[in-house]
Write a protein that binds this ligand. Structure first.
Ligand SMILES: [Zn+2]
Length: 319
């Protein structure tokens, strides 16, 4: 019988993946906050099969054990769960399509919004928060209805310390260098003390008011020297009608007093953790607004305008 203790940084029995020198240093596996250490005895044949799988996939021991257990027990892993689509948001479909309880059933990490586009949602370590346009931050109960959410069970595949992040574009470039492919989805967690961060919070809008129009009068806040976490996703451009293409991150301060959709930032050093996903589960709303929306337009330009930094905007002082 052999013993398996997950969260070994790398399996010492295995050769390093070829041509993956950088990954060697980067793949310091760190457990996500909801992980537990498991110690159990398994037959040696099972361990051999596990090692064969690890050679084939390049997974570390903890990832391989987690994946095998998740597959056997039908627990979603390396999959992203989503309700509604970016295309529907662009068209102003802000009606209830799910609840926070349902979202939390599928993940402990994610982002979204609330009915009427009323605030920005952040799901971190299993707790859902709402940043309001009035600058408030509140924990949201499971009964809260919501029109659009993306969530996953966050498992760290790769983590890296990035120094001297000069801007949002700079952060995106660093994250892109960490991803194995432009064509896979990824969940992203970034922890830092930010020298500067600029976030927006969407204001309540009527159903059918387009996202571009709704976010043209958003609340904006800037913070300096603030510790916190960025929570979000990378979506390939080809999937732009489903989710916001590129990087989409929401901020949550460590003191749980501030949050919002990230527009700009600077940081001396950040810890970036990536969870790559090759499985997307999309639930389509069956409310009237979704059923009757015209979702055939390419939403890329509208999303870039609605979700990016606005030229010439005058941000409010968020303290
Ligand atoms: Zn957002």
């Amino acid at each position: 019988m052999a013993r398996i203790v997950p969260y070994l940084p790398l399996n010492p029995l295995l050769p390093r993946p070829k041509g993956d020198k950088d990954a060697e240093g980067m793949r310091k596996q760190i457990p996500s906050n909801n992980a537990v250490t498991l110690s159990c005895a398994v037959p040696s044949g099972v361990l051999e099969a596990l090692q064969e799988r690890m050679e084939r996939t390049g997974e570390t021991l903890d990832l391989a054990v987690s994946s095998c257990l998740a597959e056997a027990l039908d627990v979603e892993q390396h999959s992203i769960f989503q309700v509604s689509t970016s295309g529907a948001l662009v068209q102003g479909v802000y009606q209830a399509a799910t609840t926070i309880g349902d979202v939390r059933h599928h993940g402990d990490f994610g982002l979204g919004t609330f009915v009427g586009l009323d605030g920005e949602g952040i799901l971190l370590d299993g707790v859902c928060y709402r940043a309001g346009a009035d600058g408030t931050l509140a924990e949201m109960p499971d009964s809260t209805p919501a029109p659009f959410w993306v969530a996953t069970r966050f498992h760290v595949d790769v983590t890296e310390i990035c120094e001297n992040i000069l801007s949002w574009e700079d952060l995106c470039a660093r994250l892109s260098a960490m991803r194995p492919s432009a064509n896979l989805l990824a969940a992203i967690r970034i922890d830092s003390i930010f020298d500067f961060i600029h976030v927006r919070v969407a204001c309540k809008a009527e159903d059918g008011v387009s996202l571009v129009e709704a976010t043209s009068h958003q609340a904006e806040f800037q913070f300096e020297n603030i510790q916190g976490t960025l929570v979000g996703f990378y979506t390939p451009s080809y999937a732009r009608t489903i989710n916001v293409p590129g990087y989409h991150l929401h901020f949550l301060s460590a003191d749980r007093r501030h949050g919002g959709h990230v527009l700009e930032l600077r940081a001396k050093s950040v810890r970036a953790a990536l969870h790559t996903a090759n499985d997307l589960h999309v639930v389509l709303p069956e409310n009237a607004a979704f059923l009757h929306a015209d979702l055939n337009e390419d939403p890329a330009a509208a999303l870039a305008r609605a979700e990016g930094a606005h030229q010439g905007s005058a941000p409010a002082d968020g303290g």
